[in-house]
Design a protein around this ligand. Sequence first.
Ligand code: SF4
Length: 282
Amino acid sequence: MKAKDYRSPLEPVWCTGCGDFGVLKGLTQALADLEIPPERLAVISGIGCSSRLPGYTRSYSFNSIHGRALPIATGLKVSRPEITTLVVGGDGDGFSIGLGHLPHAIRRNVDLTYAVLDNGIYGLTKGQSSPTTEVDFKISRGLAGPDERPLNPVLLVLSSGCGFVARSHAGNLPHLREIMREAIRYPGFSFVHVLAGCVTYQTPSYAQEIYQRCDVLPPEYDSTNLTAAMEAARAERFQLGILYRRDPEIPEQAAAEAVGVAGVWQARTGADRVIEDVAHEE
Ligand code: SF4
């Protein structure tokens, strides 16, 4: 199948020039690369401009309720593990309304791929500031919360123990295609931060500025190094690529403790040891 065969007959209603078009294209190209049968594919979203994306794919698509895509997708995947299950949504849906679900999806490590299309604004509700809106932008546009610093999504998921963390840009199609392909292939929870401009409420020039602030990680970058990933996540410029990919065979707590960044992990408890003993006996 070709990428176009993963498109549904529905015509997108996004504004001309919206970054979400690029994500739809990169995603369908990745699905074609992986030859995933549409009858074994589900795309789940919450609410927002980018959450319309499932309807434009040839899949079992579900444009669900605000911020609740992750628990819905988790339920689907654990009951039908043979279905490749993708989750898409925006920064408001994922990092505000739905944020409470994210660390739990990560620690459960169900085999989902979650792509957040981050344009740093609420587009569908006409341009309010979101959890990732930059301070300078809020001040220049007179948006609410200029003294609230934006969230760093990549740092958040890394410190929550996510085994696959990547970033791409909707305007860099070959890169996005490769990143989505690798994220879907990863056997566990994978997170992709996609910078996708909103030409209507973010302005075309600002969207272009974001694109120019991106650097692709160099070939020598070691994506198994969690400390390096955290440094890349904190960098002033947006680092694109697979920032972190843990060997799926290595337990997440062990990987985090090995580099001394086990910040959010509870110390091992008696219950952990009982679980391990039971698993060992089996
Ligand atoms: Fe895209 Fe922004 Fe238009 Fe929504 S409002 S469709 S995010 S350009």
